[in-house]
Ligand binder design. Structure first.
Ligand code: HEM
Length: 517
């Protein structure tokens, strides 16, 4: 494009400085705004200002607009030429590009840094960056606008790479699958690969959409995979891992959340003993509005039992309006005399607690992966904004208070990522049973620490962005989104305080009886 552009000198551009003949320079490109000026969302006055009309408006432009504004075709068309002998400096990133912004990538991806954890086998996963940029990011942004569930085409594309299967972690369910078009052998796939997948998906910048992308499966399918009958698995697992059907985990209720034993949904056997009859309701169920299957925690004669319910007669789902988008399909669900074959029992009757608890570690660890990556994206936004925004004639970075907030954010994100990688390394080397006993406390701490860090970073980011940090469009849109949705992270999978307490209780249980000061 650059070679075909007409070349102008700055003096030539300066002659076009009237409302009926209005040019400006942004990043070496010459824009004719004569007809656009009346439609400019920032108003006419900003453009006809003598400091702007006919002048180089690069600095003022970038202190008010995101680069992506100039990428929109309707604005690209306003370019009439290029300043002689100059090139554009601020290029939009290409799909798959790594960030060059310091701390914009974890060290294993940052130029010139090393990692003890990532090997050659991890590198194919970089291809995922391009996939996310090309397919997931645009759908995430569009669905964030219209609130609809993720496009089936995106889910199908993810299935082609076996992303749905890989998000369940290493295990038998990967056997015979061509992961990332064969780049990684199923037996080589480990938790670091899964960490990368979760972190790359979180880069879509839309919290609710991330959950809409079969988030319910990550927590709802493991009980079927690990505790379902062969017949049940044969029916459910292939269609869920192909992205064709949604499953969700339905545990919390209006009257009981963290208090799993206080749940009131009941399942009683039919007279012939062949069916469960389920009655009750569930609340805040991710993906519930569009789920085909529900892994439901029920009170039964013997205690608490996990049962798989298929959408059908007596199952009603209703959207809950949460502080994030309806893309996640967060539902209130009612079960009204729902009849389910007894073969749908997951694990032992009365053994539901074990079934549900056995997945908590993995679920919380996934949340930590996402949290660490989202914090990093916020740092990148803040570093860019603070560098390009001028206040009192100087970039925001010249203010010590801004630098101090950036320092705290970076320290938080790096500590979360480094702790996370250490825990991930332990997971790769421990059996599932060892993980359950040795890592439950560590992961609970890490989860509550990550989300506490995320909340502080969100608050600092809003202070750095000012009013834009609470504005849904424009420069601060990702900050507004993050700040609005971050409390959710601190609740799901166990509220912050509950998890910290769990971590301490686990530690106390491990205290040697002969330990004395
Ligand atoms: C190629 C030239 C320009 C284009 C295509 C353009 C386009 C836009 C768009 C799309 C918005 C809406 C905000 C958003 O969604 O990000 C906007 C806002 C704005 N623009 Fe421009 N603009 C241009 C140049 C300028 C210049 C040179 C100024 C100089 C002061 C300016 C001042 C503003 C202001 C003050 C706002 C409101 C910002 C806010 O609400 O925070 N624009 N512009």
């Amino acid at each position: 494009m650059s070679s075909n552009l007409k070349q102008f000198t700055r003096e030539e551009v300066a002659k076009h400085n009237k409302p009926d003949d209005l040019w400006i320079i942004v990043d070496a490109n010459v824009y004719d705004l004569t007809r656009f000026k009346a439609m400019h969302p920032g108003g006419l006055a900003a453009l006809v200002d003598p400091e702007v009309a006919g002048q180089d408006a690069t600095d003022v432009f970038y202190s008010l607009h995101r680069t992506e504004v100039l990428e929109r075709p309707q604005y690209k068309r306003l370019i009439v030429g290029r300043i002689q002998g100059e090139e554009s400096v601020f290029t939009a990133r290409e799909p798959g590009d790594l960030s060059k912004v310091p701390y914009g990538e974890p060290t294993w991806l940052a130029d010139g840094y090393y990692s003890p954890y990532y090997t050659e086998a991890s590198s194919p996963f970089l291809k995922l960056r391009q996939f996310v940029d090309e397919y997931i990011y645009p759908d995430a942004q569009a669905r964030e606008e219209d609130g609809k569930r993720p496009d089936q085409k995106v889910l199908d594309k993810m299935a082609e790479l076996e992303l749905h299967a890989m998000r369940m972690g290493p295990g038998k369910h990967l056997q015979g699958r061509k992961l990332m078009n064969g780049l990684v052998k199923p037996e080589e796939f480990d938790y670091f690969h899964e960490l990368i997948i979760t972190q790359e998906l979180s880069r879509c910048g839309a919290r609710g959409y991330g959950d809409g992308l079969l988030g319910g499966k990550v927590i709802g399918l493991p009980p079927v995979l690990n505790f379902g009958s062969e017949e049940l698995k044969k029916k459910v697992v292939p269609e869920v891992l192909a992205g064709k059907k949604f499953i969700c985990l339905a545990i919390s209720e209006a009257q009981a959340g963290s208090d799993v034993m206080g749940l009131q949904t009941t399942a009683v056997k039919s007279e012939d003993g062949k069916e469960w009859i389920i009655n009750g309701s569930k609340k805040w169920i991710t993906n519930g509005t569009f789920a085909d299957y529900f892994t439901v925690g029920c009170k039964t004669e013997d205690g608490f039992t996990a049962i798989l319910v298929e959408r059908g007669e007596g199952v009603e789902t209703r959207q809950i309006k949460t502080s994030y988008s309806s893309t996640a399909g967060t539902a209130f669900i009612t079960f009204d005399n729902v009849r389910v074959p007894v073969g749908n029992t997951l694990g032992e009757e009365g053994g539901g607690i074990f079934v549900i608890l056995s997945n908590f570690n993995h679920e919380r660890w996934v949340m930590c992966c996402a949290s660490a990556r989202s914090q990093r994206s916020i740092i990148e936004e803040c570093l860019k904004w603070a560098s390009q925004r001028k206040a009192f004639g100087k970039p925001l970075t010249s203010q010590a208070v801004i630098r101090s907030k950036l320092a705290a954010m970076i320290a938080r994100a790096e500590s979360v990522q480094n702790w996370l990688e250490n825990v991930t390394y332990q997971m790769c080397n421990m059996s599932y049973k060892q993980q359950a006993s040795k890592l439950a406390g560590q992961i609970a701490f890490l989860k509550s620490y990550s989300t506490a860090c995320g909340q502080e970073t969100a608050r600092d980011a809003v202070q750095i962005f000012g009013g834009r940090g609470i504005t849904k469009t424009g420069m601060g849109r990702f900050i507004e989104h993050y700040h609005r949705t971050i409390p959710f992270d601190s609740l799901l999978g166990g509220a912050e305080d509950v998890l910290s307490d769990l971590g301490v209780r686990q530690a106390l249980r491990g205290m040697p009886s002969n330990a004395r000061l």
